[in-house]
Design a binder for this molecule. Structure first.
Ligand SMILES: Cc1cc2nc3c(=O)[nH]c(=O)nc-3n(C[C@H](O)[C@H](O)[C@H](O)COP(=O)(O)OP(=O)(O)OC[C@H]3O[C@@H](n4cnc5c(N)ncnc54)[C@H](O)[C@@H]3O)c2cc1C
Length: 370
């Protein structure tokens, strides 16, 4: 028999996380998709005090050595109510684990403590104007000149570039060989000369997105993470982490709860829709648990991301129908609707996720290119 009850210590963690999340919302407001929209360094420092940044990192690197399940429970409580965890989420989820896996001891000593304390914020410089889904097409270059890389090019859609201390840059260190070769990962401090950041306002009026321009930016070669020219695999592993998490499922729960309170539950069609959403939520959560417990097949996070983010869009559509005019007069609802398309774009679009599922997981033949 499958037992879905959590052990007592994880239940206790859930209660503590719920209490701190409520404090965060009371003080800094509730945010749709708060792991990317709710930016508060102060709140991140409180997470750090609880040991909730790097809670799954090994203890020898200053982490908490806790289970992935513990982190998911903490994250679920925070994001479900919109608590502002964005200032530390990227470093906690991606940059820290990347440095632990591929970084040098000097890099680990220099960068991990700032991440763990919530002092340093990080952004991810992957997408470019002509390289989003097709990441191998990226052009930003980092060409070696003695003991520095000279970086030139442009990134776009870089969340938090305007407020981050470092950009984790995916760039091309050589143009020789096939496109996915010659890609490297380099840590670039955002205060180096030659970096220009231009925020982009999205249709929710949020400005976390930025364009980032690099002109002859000189970065010490010691900031290369992993092997030069061989980072494509590292980047793909990070994207696996990025796609299969609870952050893809619970980001508009406050909107769902508001719509549920307003729903006419005497209407059998509404009742059916609620049952379908509740089922979808539970299925999504099982998929995420399978990912974090490492029980899912390789590449399956593409399917998990697709299912969970499309669930979030079904929630928004339900809320629009249920709330009626309130949907355009209430600020939480209008913000959540305007934001809605982002779920199935960021971290890889649903089309691309379905390609990965078909080709890499199910082994279906690729459509011949004409
Ligand atoms: C809220 C948000 C935050 C983001 N934050 C960051 C960030 O911090 N750092 C960062 O680097 N990027 C970030 N991004 C960018 C994001 O990763 C890209 O937008 C995404 O990968 C899609 O790339 P693109 O926008 O270039 O679209 P394109 O790749 O140009 O795609 C356009 C359309 O074509 C379809 N398409 C493309 N290729 C295929 C294919 N092979 N088969 C079928 N259909 C295809 C896509 O599904 C899409 O519908 C963020 C995006 C969002 C929405």
């Amino acid at each position: 028999m499958l037992d879905f009850e959590l052990p007592t210590e994880l239940q206790a963690l859930r209660e503590r996380a719920r209490a701190l999340a409520a404090e965060g919302v009371a003080e800094f407001g509730a945010h749709t998709d708060s792991w990317i929209n709710g930016y508060s360094k102060e709140f991140s420092k409180r997470l750090s005090t609880e040991g909730w940044i790097g809670m799954t990192w090994p203890t020898e690197f200053g982490g908490g050595g806790q289970s992935n399940l513990a982190r998911i429970i903490m994250g679920e409580e925070m994001i479900s109510v919109g608590a502002p965890i964005a200032a530390s989420w990227f470093a906690d989820r991606q940059m820290g684990p990347a440095l632990i896996n591929y970084g040098t001891p000097d890099q680990q000593a220099e960068f991990l403590p700032g991440m763990l304390s919530g002092e340093s914020t990080w952004c991810i410089g992957m997408s470019e104007p002509d390289a989003g889904s097709d990441l191998a097409n990226l052009k930003t270059s980092a060409i070696r000149d003695g003991d520095v890389f000279v970086v030139n090019g442009q990134k776009i859609w870089t969340s938090f570039a305007a407020t981050s201390d470092y950009i984790y840059l995916i760039c091309r260190t050589t143009t020789d060989g096939p496109p996915h070769k010659g890609v490297s990962e380099v840590i670039v401090p955002m205060d180096l000369p030659g970096i220009e950041v231009r925020p982009i306002k999205d249709m929710t009026t949020n400005q976390h997105f930025c364009e980032v321009f690099f002109t002859d930016v000189r970065v010490p070669v010691e900031n290369l993470v992993g092997d030069e020219g061989a980072a494509f695999k590292q980047t793909m592993t990070q994207l696996e982490h990025e796609r299969g998490g609870i952050d893809r499922l619970v980001s508009n729960k406050p909107l769902y709860l508001r719509a549920l309170a307003a729903a006419d539950t005497d209407d059998p069609l509404v009742r059916q829709e609620i049952a379908a959403l509740e089922t979808g939520y539970r299925l999504g959560r099982i998929l995420v648990y399978r990912e974090v417990l490492k029980q899912a097949p390789a590449g399956f996070s593409a399917a998990t991301k697709c299912f969970c983010t499309e669930h979030q869009q079904r929630v928004a559509n339900f809320a629009a129908r249920t709330l009626g005019m309130e949907a355009v007069t209430d600020s939480l609802a209008t913000h959540a609707f305007a934001y809605n398309p982002a779920y199935t774009i960021m971290g890889g679009t649903s089309n691309v996720m379905r390609n990965i599922l078909g080709e890499r997981v199910l082994g279906l033949p690729r459509e011949p290119r004409v």
